[in-house]
Design a protein. Structure first.
Length: 328
C-alpha cells in the first residue's frame, strides 16, 4: 500500500507517517514546512519506504506512480498559526483539499480528510455529536480555520457524491503528545512550557471553559481504523473525558512541581466554552475508544517537553558562547 500524506511533517502527520511505515506501507510526505518541522520526520528518513516532497498543497500536486490512499492533513491548526497565516489557512482548506481530492480521483485512491472539532464552533450542544451542525462565526478571528475545514468537508462530500471518490472525514478533537511545538499556542503546550520555565500559567477567562484531551497514539489508531472502514460521513475521534481549563492548569502545575502562579486574562473572541466529543459512532462502527489516561499521556509529553527545553537552552548557550568569542 502506498499513501500520500499532505502535512506529513506536522505533529499529527508525522505520527501517521510513522504508523503506516510500521505497518509496511510506502509513504510520501508532502509538506511545505510552514508549520511542520523536519525534526518530526528526521528519524524516518533512513526508511527505504519513506519519501519527502517539499511542496505547498495549495498548488497542484504531482505524484508519479500508483497511490492507494491520499490523506490530507496540511493546514495550520493552532490559533497562533491561523491568526498569523489567515490566507494560507483558507487556501490549504479550499485549494489544498481540491488538489488532494483531484490526486485521489486521478489515482483511483481512497481519500481521508483531517477535519476538526472546530467545525462545531462555540457549541450550543455538549457533548458534540456528528449530527450537530455547529455554531460558527464565519467572520470572527477563528473563522478562517473553522470555515476552511467546513468547506473542506463540503468539498470532500461533493467529490464522493459526484465523482464517486471513496472518502473519509475525521473530526479531530484536542490531541496532545510528543512533537507538539513549544510555541504551539494551545492550552496544553502553553501550560507545560510555562510551568517548566517558571513563567506564570496563563488561563483565559475564568477557566470554567472545558476541553477534552486525547493522547496522540489513541487518535492515530482511531484514524487508522476509520481508513479501513466504509464510513463516508464525518466521524468524531477524541477523548470524551471533559475537564475545565482551570482544573487542567492546576493538574499541570502539580505534575511538574512548578511554583508558577496561575494568572487570568480576557477570553479570546469566539473561544469555545465547551469542547467534548460524542464518540458513540466511533465506538459503534470502529470499535474504538481512547486507552491512554490523561495522567499517563501527560507524563510522556512532559518528558518530551523537558528534553525540548534543554535542547533549546543548549542552543541558546552555544549561540551566546559564539557571540562572546566573536566580541573578544
Amino acid at each position: 500500500m502506498r499513501a500520500v500524506i499532505t502535512g506529513g511533517a506536522g505533529f499529527l502527520g508525522s505520527h501517521l507517517c510513522e504508523k503506516l511505515l510500521d505497518d509496511s506501507w510506502d509513504v510520501l510526505c508532502v509538506d511545505n514546512l510552514v508549520t511542520g518541522a523536519e525534526q518530526n520526520i528526521s528519524h524516518l528518513l533512513a526508511n527505504q519506504h519513506f519519501r519527502v516532497q517539499k511542496h505547498d498543497a495549495s498548488l497542484y500536486i504531482d505524484v508519479p506512480g500508483p497511490v492507494d490512499y491520499v490523506l490530507h492533513f496540511a493546514s495550520p491548526a493552532s490559533p497562533v498559526d491561523y491568526a498569523r497565516l489567515p490566507i494560507q489557512t483558507l487556501k490549504v482548506g479550499a485549494l489544498g483539499t481540491h488538489n488532494s481530492l483531484g490526486l485521489a480521483m486521478a489515482k483511483k485512491a481512497k481519500f481521508l480528510l483531517a477535519s476538526t472539532s472546530e467545525c462545531y464552533g462555540d457549541p450550543l450542544v455538549s457533548p458534540q455529536p456528528e449530527t450537530y451542525w455547529g455554531n460558527v462565526n464565519p467572520i470572527g478571528p477563528r473563522g478562517v480555520y473553522d470555515e476552511a475545514k467546513r468547506y473542506a468537508e463540503a468539498m470532500t462530500m461533493a467529490y464522493h457524491r459526484w465523482h464517486g471518490v471513496d472518502t473519509r472525514i475525521v473530526r479531530i478533537f484536542n490531541t496532545y503528545g510528543p512533537r507538539m511545538r513549544l510555541n504551539d499556542g494551545r492550552a496544553l503546550p502553553n501550560f507545560i512550557y510555562q510551568a517548566l520555565t517558571g513563567a506564570p500559567i496563563t488561563v483565559y477567562g475564568d477557566g470554567s471553559q472545558t476541553r477534552s484531551f486525547c493522547y496522540v497514539s489513541d487518535l492515530i489508531e482511531g484514524i487508522y481504523r476509520l481508513m479501513q472502514s466504509d464510513e463516508h460521513l464525518p466521524t468524531n475521534i477524541g477523548n470524551p473525558r471533559e475537564i475545565t481549563i482551570l482544573e487542567f492548569a492546576q493538574q499541570v502545575k502539580t505534575l511538574t512541581g512548578s511554583a508558577s502562579e496561575i494568572v487570568f486574562k480576557p477570553l479570546p473572541q469566539d473561544d469555545p466554552k465547551q469542547r467534548c466529543p460524542d464518540i458513540t459512532k466511533a465506538r459503534t462502527i470502529l470499535s474504538w475508544e481512547p486507552r491512554v489516561t490523561l495522567e499517563e499521556g501527560l507524563r510522556v509529553t512532559l518528558d518530551y517537553f523537558k528534553a525540548q527545553i534543554e535542547e533549546m537552552k543548549r542552543g541558546q548557550g552555544q549561540r551566546g558562547g559564539g557571540e562572546q568569542k566573536t566580541k573578544s
